[in-house]
Design a protein around this ligand. Sequence first.
Ligand SMILES: [Zn+2]
Length: 319
Amino acid sequence: MEPLKFTVGIDIGGTNTKLGLVDSEGHLLRKVNFSTNPLLSFADYQILLTSALEEVSHDIKRENLLGVGMGVPGANGKTGSIPEAANIPFLTEIPLQSVLAKQWNLPVFVAKDANAAAIGEMLFGSAKGMNHFILLTLGTGLGSGLVINGKIVSGSHGLAAEYGHSVLVKNGRSCNCGQRGCFETYVSATGLKRTAISLLAKSNQQSILRDIPPNQLDAQKIAEASENGDGIAKRAIKKTAQWLGLKMVDLVVLTDPEVIILAGGLSNIGDYFLHTVRESLDNKLLPMFKGKVKVVYSSLGSDDAAILGAASLVMNLKN
Ligand SMILES: [Zn+2]
């Protein structure tokens, strides 16, 4: 019998870095997490990443490790470098693929996080067998992966689908990219929190959220409060879902997808959010598109989709 082969998938996010050991059937066997401190230097981050890689693959013989796939926000899949990482400043301009392949002496594949997750969905998740779909990762920021005719759209410079940095509100909220009013400053886990804080500041309405220190407030706590009938939390979720539905109209009329998959931190905050997104999209669609595009949460679970997607970069490119 041939020895089993493995890959490691790494999902680098603005809040956490998650690594997973994956077998050739797409089973996630072990996970290791550490927090992505945006104030680190790349050299310090490299040390943490290398020790996490050793931990997650400690009992695998080197010759049975096919390689490492990495999903990174803002990455250029063509060059394997990170031209601009708005939420992870120490990665900006780092030629990540070549630096790590040399250090680890392993094949390393780097893609934009949302593109990696889209490949994961195509191989193992909600988009199995589909040729036209869109994946949105809603975490610290908003990432997007477009699959058209069964292929990731990467654009002429490898930079396509930075939808999170399209404008939602003229002169709106400041974004880590240096612009104002970017889509991701409203629709992401961070955006939901900003909306909740702004609603709290603008009214005297009672809210459970007032008892949570701002640095401990997150999407999950806002969703829980909303489910417990908290008016402010519910309004924050409703506004976020309506903005998302509105911006999805562009995606649908431009690409006519079979499904739009939501992954990341906002993909497990319950039915109310998903229902409101669908309603907002449906209200604004041309009649000929109505009822044709599904909007679903990732079936792989928010952590697993990103890790499996990153691991599948190795399998996808090797096969
Ligand atoms: Zn931006």
